[in-house]
Design a protein around this ligand. Sequence first.
Ligand code: AMP
Length: 175
Amino acid sequence: MSDQERLRSAVRDVPDFPKPGIIFKDITPILADRALFSLALDQLVESVDSAQVDKIVGIDARGFIFGAAVADRLNAGFIPMRKKGKLPHQTESCAYSLEYGDATIEVHRDAFAPGEKLFLVDDLLATGGTAGAAVELIEKLGGNLIAVSFLIELTFLKGREKLDPAVPIHAIIQY
Ligand code: AMP
C-alpha cells in the first residue's frame, strides 16, 4: 500500500456531521497512530521547498495540529489563524462561508512582517471558503505565500478555484 493509501484508509467517514448531508472526514485515527501521524507530517513537509519557509500559518483548529508539528520539523515559526474573538492583540479579519456554515477568521496584524515567506497548512480543502479567506488575509498583510498544503481535498467541491492561482496548492489525499 502506498503512503497515501495508508493515510486514506485511516480517514473515517462520519455521515451527517455536523449537519445532515455532510460526510465529515474524521482525521483523529491518523493523529492517534504514531506511524500515520508521522507519515502525514512527512508528506506535508515534502510538499514544500523547506528552505523557503519562514513561518507556517495554521487554520483553527485542525490546521493547528498539523501546522505546529510541521513548523517544528522545518525549524520555522508558527502563526495561528483563529476563529473570531480568540486572538488577544490587534487583528485583521476576513468573513467567509464554508461547507457547513459561515465564519470569520482573524490573525494578529504583527504575526509576520511584509515579505516573510509563509506556508499555509490545513487539514481539509472543501469549498475553499476557509483557505480563500486565509490567503486573502495573508496577502492583505503583505505576506509572501509560497505554498498551501492540505491533508485532504474534496475535489468535487472545487475549492482550488477560490485560491490564488499563482500559489502552488498540494493535497495528500483526494476524494
Ligand atoms: P471549506 O471552507 O468549505 O473549504 O471548509 C474547510 C474547513 O472546514 C476545514 O478547515 C475543515 O476542517 C472543515 N471541513 C469542511 N468540510 C469538511 C468535511 N467534509 N470533513 C471534515 N472537515 C471539513
